[in-house]
Design a binder for this molecule. Structure first.
Ligand code: NAP
Length: 321
């Protein structure tokens, strides 16, 4: 931003996280910036100044009370945590973060999650700790089929990484894809979902959470996977019907699940998932967004809007992602 740019007023809004960790990145991008934090109108200070709200689970109803608000910026790839606000001012531009460092983190996590299950790494952790030399079956990646539900920015990056390792990779999306990484097969739409699922030894969920994808990972879907398939959920907790997962693991339809997102976070201490040894839990850490990237994309989106231009990574509210 140049010296003549009006001072932006940015509100950092979250009911579940202290967003103070973003303050330095915003100050570095725009020294003197007016930064606000709070969960209601009283704690935010004069709300008529606020130009932008940077959000992760913002308090419901608060965005509608910011009269000058020009931009709602998700600090993540998903926007479900904002769209859930019944009072969301839906006419305002809502943008999400799309970023190569976020994609790199997701590629690393998903590749690890596929390999640890496919190569039986949990057994090596146990045998190593017990001082035992014990081989697990070695199956070449080219005999293991990985399917990615959601072949968007992150799904495509993961598909490319897994295909480079040598896995048989397929993806499923809403619309047909033409420009695919080498070796990646694509399926689209509800008509092709069954064919897609039938060839997934590992299924990765990288869908956005929308009205259409809520509860996507359910008993009927699990029944269409090859017996003994492995599930990786790096989408959102509400993609998964939890009781259906437990039943599919108990019946052997699924052999394991690696889960990074949950309907309630932190996952409660008494949750049944903690006691199911075939579920590997990580606490929503598959990837992170660099604070500098959040600050840069937020401020450049505000600058674009002030110049009458389209901001980057604008969400299509009719589509829901
Ligand atoms: P994206 O670029 O918007 O891609 C979404 C993909 O899902 C697209 O391929 C889209 O199809 C497909 N899709 C959406 N609705 C569908 C439907 N009803 N049926 C079939 N396919 C559908 O999103 P992204 O940046 O890759 O991020 C995906 C999601 O990952 C985020 O929304 C977020 O929930 C999750 N995420 C989780 C973490 C974590 O830490 N666990 C971190 C980052 C992101 P089209 O290509 O045809 O549009």
């Amino acid at each position: 931003m140049n010296a003549g740019t009006p001072l932006p007023c940015v509100a950092l809004l979250s009911e579940v996280l202290d967003l103070g960790y973003l303050a330095n990145a915003f100050r570095k991008e725009f020294p003197g910036i007016d930064l606000r934090m709070g969960n209601d109108v009283a704690s935010l200070g004069p709300v008529e100044d606020v130009d932008v709200a940077v959000c992760w689970f913002p308090p419901h109803g608060l965005l509608a009370q910011l009269p000058k608000l020009a931009l709602i910026q998700s600090l993540a790839a998903g926007i479900d945590h904002i769209a859930a606000d019944a009072d969301l001012p839906r006419d305002l531009p809502l943008c999400r973060i799309v970023d190569t460092t976020m994609a790199a983190g997701m590629k690393a996590y998903v590749s690890w999650a596929v390999v640890q299950q496919h190569r039986g790494m949990a057994a090596y952790v146990a045998s190593s700790a017990a001082g035992r030399w014990e081989e697990q079956p070695v199956v070449s990646p080219r005999h293991h089929r990985v399917g990615i539900a959601g072949l968007g920015t992150l799904g495509m990056a993961c598909a490319e990484a897994l295909a480079t390792i040598g896995y048989q990779v397929r993806g499923w999306s809403r619309s047909a894809k033409t420009d695919l990484p080498e070796g990646v097969q694509s399926f689209h739409g509800d008509d092709q979902l069954g064919d897609f699922l039938g060839g997934c030894d590992t299924l990765v969920c990288l869908l956005p959470l929308t009205a259409q994808t809520h509860g996507f990972l359910n008993a009927s879907l699990f029944a269409q996977l090859p017996r003994g398939a492995h599930l990786i959920n790096v989408g959102r907790g509400d993609h998964l019907v939890e009781a259906d997962l437990l039943a599919a693991l108990q019946s052997g339809q699924l052999s394991g699940a690696t889960l990074d997102a949950f309907s309630v976070e932190p996952l409660p201490a008494d949750h049944a998932f903690w006691r199911e040894p075939r579920i590997l839990i990580t606490p929503h850490i598959s990837t992170r967004t660099d604070p500098a990237v959040i600050a840069q994309q937020t401020l450049s989106n505000l600058a674009a809007l002030r110049q009458g231009e389209r901001p980057r990574n604008l969400v299509d509210m009719a589509r829901g992602y």
